[in-house]
Design a protein around this ligand. Structure first.
Ligand SMILES: [Zn+2]
Length: 198
């Protein structure tokens, strides 16, 4: 009956953080890789998500997500007050998948607030949280992509014509490579995007 007594039943983030602490408490903090891996499963992150899907996934975790115009240099903001948790992501998307990246960055910061409240901060300063949140977002997206790859290959393997099947494999690899490149260089792609927008 632990779920009912620690308040995590109506605060999914609390439940998630408590679980991470119970798994990694002896060896705190967990690596960003380990945290990302747990998060991708828990959040049900997919490599490609529409804004509507992102809103739904957040809602399931007790976070209200919205897209709104934000000042030029701000990509996202988050706030948590008692049980209310909110993330706002900038409306203008400067690079493909920048929405997911920003959402994950802000979500990592929400997780950190919860870890701090539970007496288990994972970073020492606000500046290093910014860096960790970037690494977390990138790692989660790579992890989500990696999970999806076997399904794509499986799909292609069912194509009967050999040349079409090879073309399919090549497409999956090219898409996979572009996706991975995007995960790693998202900020650089955004810079290019914003210059192109003037
Ligand atoms: Zn941040």
């Amino acid at each position: 009956m632990q779920l009912l007594t620690d308040g995590s039943a109506d605060n999914p983030i609390l439940g998630f953080c408590l679980r991470i602490i119970s798994q990694h408490g002896e060896n705190w903090p967990p690596t960003e890789d380990a945290l990302a891996e747990e998060f991708v499963d828990w959040f049900r992150l997919r490599p490609v998500l529409t804004r509507t899907a992102m809103i739904e996934l957040c809602k399931a975790k007790g976070v209200s997500l919205s897209f709104a115009p934000l000042p030029q240099d701000i990509r996202g903001v988050n706030c948590s007050f008692e049980d209310r948790k909110e993330i706002v992501v900038t409306e203008r998307e400067l690079a493909p998948f920048a929405d997911s990246h920003t959402l994950l960055h802000e979500f990592r910061e929400l997780l950190e607030h919860q870890f701090i409240e539970l007496g288990h901060p994972t970073v020492r300063t606000k500046a290093s949280l910014e860096v960790q949140a970037e690494i977390f977002a990138m790692t989660c997206r790579i992890e989500a992509g990696e999970k999806e790859m076997p399904a794509f290959f499986e799909m292609v393997s069912k194509v009967e014509k050999r040349w079409l099947r090879y073309l399919g494999y090549a497409s999956v690899l090219v898409f996979g490579f572009a996706y991975l490149y995007g995960c790693i260089y998202i900020r650089q792609l955004e810079e290019i995007g914003s210059e192109a927008h003037g």
